[in-house]
Design a binder for this molecule. Structure first.
Ligand code: UD1
Length: 365
């Protein structure tokens, strides 16, 4: 019997943890304990996902809440350590690249408990992103590294990680997408907002590089205003983006844009349906670059780099400078030359969770 403590904390973690916990339960011989750090806590940033994705209620919620990076990371560590001391698991599984990932990984590693990182090896090579620091550090201390795309393998080998620790297993976030795609078709989100399939763009932004600076955020809004002449624009807004819109003095302007609909953060099923029927996605999210690759929707990633190069190789994703002219130019190109939507990354087939469970079940630390 293997005892596994799985960790989730922030919104993108929930889609990744769901297929893992399901696979652990389906496979005998694994005792699974789920810990929520409480990094995200709003109903619409957390509980909704547990309900929709049928994730069992966490065995423990550390309720850390928000704070500076150091405060949040330290608080998670302080509260997670006694959990591991009490349960003494064989493995701790962390996913993605958020503060909860590195905080819990560090605690496990210091206690000599086996650490498995799901979504290992992704690199933007941009250390100004907090997630890049979390990725590099988590991978360095992990005993098992599960990678989603071949760049992950290349990066880890280049950093000197032993080949036998690395497993190319596919993408758990895509497991979740494929599992729920049909159910998402029952969503009424398009009707609720008077949208026609193929007649609108979906926008999400939350990275400091895009939403902390009034000039950058303002220039993106300029582009959305222009795009709004052709397409409806739907913008489900992350809480920190909404806060910034107000503090940067951009709220009146954004609310006055007739074709821009600012919504509260959406649940998984509504959001999946919204993305899948859209003609264009503009985002700075990591996960949405991957989801649009599988959905075959053109994605303009408003960043200078991506840690997920396979999404660009497949053709749906392109990097665009977060500036009005660059965004409009990229949109014109996508319209003139729609991307090939038939190419899909290797092993993004809905079975990554099962592969990971099988490897963990037979691995000793
Ligand atoms: C975190 C992740 C980021 C991920 C994102 C997805 C880190 C370093 N960043 O960023 O990689 O892409 O989640 O959402 O871990 N807030 C709320 N309610 C909540 C959660 C947050 O209002 O439930 C607000 C608070 O003002 C908080 C701010 O959002 O201070 C930022 O939250 P935080 O968890 O620190 O980072 P995110 O920007 O969400």
């Amino acid at each position: 019997m293997q005892k596994i403590v799985s960790v989730c904390g922030a919104r993108p973690n929930f889609m990744k943890i769901a297929p893992l916990v399901r696979a652990f339960h389906a496979r005998g011989g694994i005792e699974s304990i789920l810990v929520h750090t409480g990094q995200h806590y709003d109903e619409r940033m957390s509980r909704l996902f547990f309900d929709e994705l049928d994730i069992p209620k966490p065995d423990l919620n550390l309720e850390v809440g928000s704070g500076s990076h150091a405060q949040q990371t330290a608080e998670i560590m302080k509260r997670f350590e006694p959990v591991l001391v009490e349960h003494q698991p064989d493995w701790v599984v962390v996913v993605g690249d958020v503060n909860s990932t590195i905080a819990c990984g560090l605690v496990a590693s210091k206690l000599g408990i086996g650490l498995a990182h799901v979504e290992a090896g992704l690199r933007s090579f941009d250390r100004s992103m907090p997630e890049e620091i979390n990725r590099v550090l988590t991978d360095t201390i992990s005993d098992l590294l599960f990678v989603t795309e071949s760049s992950g393998m290349t990066n880890l080998l280049a950093e000197g990680v032993a080949r036998e620790k690395i497993h190319f297993v596919g993408n758990v976030m895509i497991d979740t997408l494929l599992t729920h795609r049909e159910r998402a078709e029952d969503s009424t989100i398009l009707d609720e907002h008077n949208l026609t399939p193929g007649g609108y763009a979906v926008v999400t932004l939350h990275r400091p590089s895009n939403v902390d600076d009034a000039a950058v955020f303002g220039s993106i809004l300029d582009a959305l205003e222009e795009l709004g002449r052709e397409l409806d624009i739907v913008f489900p807004m992350h809480p920190r983006t909404r806060n910034n819109l107000a503090t940067l003095g951009l709220e009146t302007r954004a609310r006055g844009m007739s074709n821009l609909r600012i919504l509260d953060p959406l649940g998984y099923l509504d959001f999946l349906q919204l993305m899948s029927q859209s003609s264009l996605v503009l985002t700075d999210s990591g996960g949405m670059q991957e989801e649009t690759t599988i959905l075959g929707v053109p994605c303009l990633t408003l960043r200078h780099n991506t840690e997920r190069p396979v999404t660009i190789e497949c053709g749906t994703n392109r990097l665009v400078e977060p500036r009005k002219e660059a965004i409009l130019e990229a949109y014109a190109e996508v319209k003139a030359h729609p991307p090939d939507t038939t190419r899909k990354p290797e092993l993004w087939d809905g079975r990554a969770g099962e592969r990971i469970a099988a490897i963990l079940a037979s691995s000793r630390h």
